[in-house]
Design a protein around this ligand. Structure first.
Ligand SMILES: C[S@@+](CC[C@H](N)C(=O)[O-])C[C@H]1O[C@@H](n2cnc3c(N)ncnc32)[C@H](O)[C@@H]1O
Length: 220
């Protein structure tokens, strides 16, 4: 996993925009808008990649302290080169932070990639202050069977095309479609968040449920 993300890091931003036809930034901005944060919030951008959530929060909240955490050092180097100030290399399953130190944790396309989702959710909950927030954006399998088949076909075709063009390997980006097959649904993730100490769990669906944005508050 780390090696794959290291290989694709220089193309990551381009490919994210290409896959989403430029809608990715709009979804992330919606995620930041869903989080009502205190002035100068302390936020964790987990599985940050090149740090989109860190940068959006810094733009919207002057004085915010955003730390980008990722398993892949090459992603974090790119994050720093493009305006992220604080970055740390760490595993979502063992976060090197004290209990309750963040006002909000943002996770963009991260949960699906964690080998142990429940463990990562426990860690996220642990480092969030009471009443603090979690915002997570990810790919999901649409509930409608016909659209699901079309969506998977689209992801495999797009992944194969860009993988071949940019890396000479069609399978480079088909991991997105592969990873969806074993990931939870939007409703299952909402239920998991409730089981893991969150209340006011909400979800927005984009492209007929192919993308889900969850936001929730940790119990006070
Ligand atoms: C698809 S990228 C998402 C990047 C960014 N958050 C975004 O929204 O565009 C997934 C990121 O998760 C990171 N990642 C995968 N497993 C991880 C783990 N166990 N702990 C921390 N980061 C992880 C990868 O290195 C990669 O940068």
């Amino acid at each position: 996993m780390r090696r794959m993300f290291s290989d694709i890091a220089p193309r990551y931003d381009f490919i994210t925009r290409a896959f989403s036809y430029g809608m990715d930034h709009r979804w992330k901005r919606a995620g930041v808008a869903r989080a009502t944060l205190p002035p100068a919030p302390v936020i964790l951008d987990l599985a940050a990649g090149t740090g989109d959530f860190s940068k959006l929060v810094a733009q919207q909240y002057p004085g915010a302290r955003a730390i980008a955490v990722d398993l892949t050092e090459r992603m974090l180097r790119l994050a720093k080169q493009t305006g992220v100030n604080l970055a740390a290399c760490a595993d979502a399953g063992a976060l090197p932070f004290a209990d309750g130190c963040f006002d909000c944790v943002f996770v963009g396309y991260g949960l699906r990639n964690f080998p142990d989702l429940r463990r990562a959710l426990r860690e996220i909950e642990r480092v969030t202050r009471a009443g603090g927030l979690l915002v997570t954006l990810d790919f999901f399998l649409p509930a409608n069977r016909i659209f699901r088949a079309l969506y998977l076909g689209y992801l495999y075709a797009q992944g194969g095309f860009w993988g071949l063009l940019l890396h000479g390997r069609p399978r480079t980006y088909t991991y997105i479609a592969d990873s969806l097959r074993s990931f939870v649904s939007i409703d299952q993730l909402s239920a998991l968040l409730r089981q893991n100490g969150y209340r006011h769990v909400n979800a927005s669906r984009y492209i007929l449920g192919g993308i889900g944005l969850h936001w929730a508050a940790k119990e006070s």
